[in-house]
Design a binder for this molecule. Structure first.
Ligand code: PMT
Length: 410
């Protein structure tokens, strides 16, 4: 039977540090969910956070007086900040602002939250939230990389609409995903680095098969599912090579990315990234490509009233990888995107391509599969199956990595 979030978090002492961003209001829901899972939650807030949400709201949900200052004599008399840092079995910073991440990365301890983070020996997880330019800034990238090197877990952020009305990466992960990620990190050994020493090759996104200098055959894959898997694996200690088709997503922290365009280029990059232990084929690779790429733009009049395209099959990368010649692979995972009879087609692909695991998802329905932030999946392996109900792709990626580890050790 699989372990639930409550099994893992029940009785766990979580110190939730709330940073000063508009997403602070979402931390209230994080407290509610942690409490529902049976965790004890002590909230500490930065001065900025207190400008967005009143400490009383957190007190009501956590059942504990919120800590707001290093200089609060009565709070310090009840439990000094060093004692509080020792009390914590898990520290979660949500939202983690760019400023807070910079301070943590460089060991500042000028207020209660940063002092607690420096004084604790408990594992620390951060859930960043900020403007997309701030998230992409080299200073923030460097701070995140530094924190990760020290074993800090980074949960999110997600790509989407931000408070200021712009879109991009920087949105706080949903409270449900944060709590699930915290639980999956706590369930694993070594501070969540249960893939340390493993090399994984992940493909993501579409491939574009050029027709002429301005047109191509492509598909609607956004790369979100594959990028989430790569991010999750890297967070958990794997060395990840991500072979990405043409997508507009930021490279997850700690991931080595190779950009490709066509199926043929993807195949070359995949084999160049070998040997590896695990292959996850999330990309929606085109099955057909034009026989030849026209050197000039094809004119509207080229085919009279219509135009016949001659297409040829592209290399089946997954089938070739699954032959495992000179790859060192211990586990080959395919994806199956189906519009109907999902289980039957997926099982057929599992057998035909000699895969260890296939993850099927329905496409062509709103809210799941291509492009969306959520997905629902069902995984099959020769002796079993497991359904993943609809959830954010980041969370599904964590759950899929759990299954991949199980299958690797089976
Ligand atoms: O990118 P997103 O917008 O987040 O959407 C995610 C997704 C729907 C693309 C993803 O979850 C998914 O289902 N990926 C597989 C899509 C696909 O091409 O399915 P398929 O059933 O056509 O291919 C089966 C498998 O063979 C896949 O692992 C594919 O990577 C692989 N393949 C297919 C053709 C080919 N020439 N070479 C391959 O390796």
């Amino acid at each position: 039977m699989s372990t639930s979030i409550a099994d893992i978090l029940n009785g766990k002492r979580v110190l939730l540090c709330v940073g000063g961003g508009i997403a602070a209001y979402k931390a209230l829901e994080v407290v509610r969910r942690l409490r529902a899972a049976g965790a004890e939650v002590q909230v500490a807030m930065t001065a900025g956070a207190q400008r967005f949400v009143a400490p009383l709201s957190f007190q009501a949900l956590s059942g504990r007086t919120v800590r707001t200052s290093l200089w609060d004599e009565s709070a310090e008399a009840a439990m000094g900040h060093i004692e509080l840092a020792r009390w914590a079995q898990q520290v979660l910073i949500a939202p983690a602002t760019a400023d807070l991440l910079a301070k943590l990365a460089h060991g500042f301890a000028g207020d209660l939250v940063t002092t607690l983070c420096l004084a604790t020996t408990a594992p620390i997880a951060v859930a960043p939230a900020m403007n997309h330019c701030m998230w992409r800034h080299p200073a923030t990238r460097a701070n995140i990389a530094l924190l990760q090197q020290r074993g800090v877990r980074v949960i999110g952020p997600e790509d989407g609409l931000l408070a200021e009305g712009e879109s991009g990466p920087g949105r706080l992960s949903e409270p449900e995903s944060i709590v699930a990620a915290l639980a999956s990190g706590s369930a694993t050994h070594g501070g969540g680095r249960d893939l340390a020493g493993v090399r994984m090759v992940v493909t993501a996104g579409p491939t574009y098969e050029d027709l002429d200098p301005v047109r191509y055959l492509g598909n609607r894959s956004s790369g979100k599912m594959g990028f989430a898997i790569a991010a999750s694996a890297a967070r958990r200690g794997a060395e990840v090579a991500l072979i990405a088709g043409p997508v507009h997503l930021d490279t997850p922290v700690g991931v080595q990315r190779m950009n490709v365009r066509s199926a043929r280029q993807m195949r070359e990059a995949v084999f160049a990234a070998m040997p590896a232990d695990i292959y996850v084929g999330t990309a929606a690779v085109a099955d057909f490509a034009p026989l030849a790429i026209a050197p000039q733009k094809i004119k509207k009049t080229a085919g009279g009233e219509g135009l016949k395209l001659e297409l040829v099959r592209t290399p089946d990368i997954l089938a070739e990888v699954a032959k495992r010649e000179d790859t060192g692979l211990k586990l080959v995972v395919g994806f199956a995107a189906e519009t109907d009879d999902v289980a039957r087609y997926a099982k057929q692909k599992l057998a035909d391509k000699h895969l260890d695991l296939i993850v099927a998802n329905r496409v062509g329905v709103p809210g799941c599969g291509f492009e969306s932030d959520n997905n629902a999946m069902i995984a099959f392996w020769p002796e079993g199956e497991k359904a993943f109900s609809e959830a954010p792709k980041a969370r599904l990626a964590e759950e899929l990595i759990d299954l991949i580890l199980e299958r690797l050790q089976a």
